[in-house]
Design a protein around this ligand. Structure first.
Ligand SMILES: Nc1ncnc2c1ncn2[C@@H]1O[C@H](COP(=O)(O)OP(=O)(O)O)[C@@H](O)[C@H]1O
Ligand SMILES: O=C(O)C1=C[C@@H](OP(=O)(O)O)[C@@H](O)[C@H](O)C1
Ligand SMILES: [Mg+2]
Length: 188
């Protein structure tokens, strides 16, 4: 059993946040949440509908509210976020100022494109050139994911189970080194 506060997954669309988050939560015996599902449940509508009726700005407001509620009410859960969670400074501050362990699931743009091509539920990718959109988003967002993340886990050419195991090992290593540093502070 590992002792860690909330584990929060960030990264681009198609990085596998929803898939890996669920696998991680099973391995850890923790509850799993996905900010996109929380938003949909609260709205009583799906994400394409919210984007259509309220615009991206309406969706982002709902996203901030979902993140605030999770950080305020939940402890020791696994939370998958949506790829745009880092766009608002307010959200980055919420993530950085919380004691959550934030894991950036990295995926190359070609993998993002491949993995998102099976679904039409991502409004931002309903363009004539989703690859150009993913490239443009990646340029802006990659530094922001790195800014809020404690750990970065590479997901290209790995099966989801292998990504989840890799993330788990990285989390355990991180917690061990954090404990050692704390003990050194107490004893030193
Ligand atoms: N490591 C992986 N290798 C291959 N396919 C993956 C991997 N991770 C996720 N997928 C697949 O990619 C698609 C998008 O995954 P999802 O978890 O929804 O990503 P996200 O929540 O980051 O947008 C799903 O069909 C999922 O099964
Ligand atoms: O990158 C984004 O801005 C978005 C990512 C989506 O979540 P996933 O990253 O889980 O696909 C979802 O929140 C919405 O379509 C917007
Ligand atoms: Mg997702």
């Amino acid at each position: 059993m590992i002792k860690a506060p909330n584990i929060i997954l960030v990264g681009p669309m198609g990085a596998g946040k929803t898939t890996i988050g669920r696998l991680l939560s099973h391995s850890l015996g923790r509850e799993f949440y996905d900010s996109d599902r929380i938003i949909e449940e609260n709205a009583g509508a799906d994400i394409p509908w919210i984007f259509e009726k309220e615009g991206e700005d309406g969706f982002r407001k709902r996203e901030t509210h979902a993140l605030e509620c999770m950080l305020h009410n939940q402890d020791c859960v696994v939370l998958a976020t949506g790829g745009g969670i880092v766009m608002r400074e307010e959200n980055r501050e919420l993530l950085s100022n919380s004691d959550a362990l934030v894991v950036y699931l990295y995926a190359s743009v070609s993998q993002q494109l491949h993995r998102t091509s099976k679904s039409n539920h991502r409004p931002l990718l309903q363009t004539s050139d989703p690859k150009a959109t993913l490239n443009a988003l990646f340029k802006v967002r990659d530094p922001l994911y790195r800014e809020v993340a404690t750990l970065v886990v590479e997901t290209d050419s790995r099966h989801p189970k292998s990504v989840a195991n890799k993330a788990l090992e990285a989390i355990k290593r991180h917690l061990k080194s954090e404990n050692k540093a704390q003990n050194a502070n107490v004893n030193g």
